[in-house]
Structure formats: C-alpha cells, structure tokens
Design a protein around this ligand. Structure first.
Ligand code: MN
Length: 228
C-alpha cells in the first residue's frame, strides 16, 4: 500500500491533521470504479460522500490515534483489530471505531461492482452457501433480515470462522468481524450515510438495491483464499 507523504497532504490542505511523522501509516484506498458506476442502485453523490468524506475521516482519525506510536504504525489495520487487546487502553476505542471503519469500508468498496458485472457466487462459495443456507437466495434473505435488524448504525456481515465455516451476523457501529477472530467476506453497511440521500428511511429498498451490485467474482475469490 502506498503511503501519503506530508507534502501531498499539505497540498490537500489537511496538513494540520498530521503529527510529526514523515509518513502516515494509513491512507484512503482509491475507489475501484467511478462514483456513478453503481447507478441507479447506489447513487453517485452517496458514493462520493461515503468514500471521500466518511471513509477519509476514519483514516484520518485512525492516523491521529496511532500515528505517534511507531510499533502500532507498522501494523496493518487488520492486525490492529485482530490484536486490539494489545493496543494501549487510552486509544483502544478510537482504534476499534476508526480502524474498524477503515477496514470495513476498504473491503466494502471491493465487494461492489456495476450491476452488469455482478454475476453469481461461484466455486467453493456457491457450495458453502448451499450447505450453510440452502443457496444464494436464502442467504440473501438472511442477510437482508440481519441488515434490517441492526438498530441504529452498524453492519450485517458474512464472515469466515477459523474452522472455515460461513458465519452470518450483525454488529453495531464500525465493529469488524476481525474483533471476534473471524475474517470478513461480505458486509452490508447499514449506517444511514450509506443510503439516506437516495432512500431516506427506506432501508429495505436500499438492501434490495445493493444486492444487485455485489461483486460475486471478488467475493468468491476471497472465499477461496480464506477457506484454504
Ligand atoms: Mn459507511
């Protein structure tokens, strides 16, 4: 991953956020498609604010939390979350929230794609969805129900446990499945910032829409890796 230098940040006008480190440990990944690529299901304005403002804020706040600690700065965000108990208590909540926000969104962007490329679960993932849920459709019903059941802000996740089983659950805030020793595979962001501009209070409509733009090739390939 490339690191953003002080100079680049200064040119973006955010140098005030920078401590004394020459490089920041965490950077915002580029969106792997255009802001309007998920239209009409997810609108361009939502994508732009979600990525450029919300995700950037998680990155900035994570840098603020760990930037002064050389050892923590060398860890990946996944490692920080997997070993949260080793993070100093004074910054543990910031790492959980903003590190979680950075990790969750970094994966989230990759699991979405234009509807025309969405495809179907393949290979081992297709078999595992069949085994665990009775197929893709029943899994999607379960994911929608978990998403609807999130009270306030949070995520619904499908993750992989150490025994390589698929585990569905929902979490509050920006908690990551990594905190529970699982590897996240596919998550649905049900914070209002993910859908309110287009769908307002109609979370169910947003959920129906986002299932049209799941990048199943990516999710299937990720499962092959995680289930090795
Ligand atoms: Mn979000």
């Amino acid at each position: 991953m490339t690191r953003r230098t002080l100079l680049e940040l200064a040119s973006l006008g955010t140098a005030a956020a920078v401590a004394s480190a020459a490089e920041l440990p965490f950077t915002l990944p580029k969106l792997p498609y255009a802001f309007d690529a998920l239209e009409p299901y997810i609108d361009a304005a939502t994508m732009q604010i979600h990525h450029d403002k919300h995700h950037q804020a998680y990155v900035d706040n994570l840098n603020k939390a760990v930037g002064a600690d050389a050892a923590l700065s060398r860890m990946s965000v996944d490692e920080l979350l997997q070993h949260l108990d080793t993070v100093p208590a004074a910054i543990r909540t910031q790492v959980r929230n903003h590190g979680g926000g950075h990790a969750n969104h970094s994966l989230f962007w990759q699991t979405l794609c234009p509807a025309a490329k969405s495809g179907k679960p393949a290979g081992r993932l297709a078999a595992a969805l069949e085994r665990s849920f009775g197929g893709q459709e029943k899994f999607e019903d379960r994911l929608q129900a978990a998403s609807m059941g999130v009270f306030g802000s949070g995520w619904a996740w499908l993750s992989v446990d150490p025994g390589k089983n698929l585990v569905p659950d929902s979490v509050p805030n920006q908690d990551s499945p990594l905190l529970a020793g699982r590897r996240p595979l596919l998550g649905i962001d049900v914070w209002e910032h993910a859908y309110y501009l287009k769908y307002q209070n109609r979370r169910a409509d947003y959920l129906k829409a986002i299932l049209k733009v799941i990048h199943w090739d990516f999710v299937s390939a990720r499962f092959e890796e995680l289930a090795k």
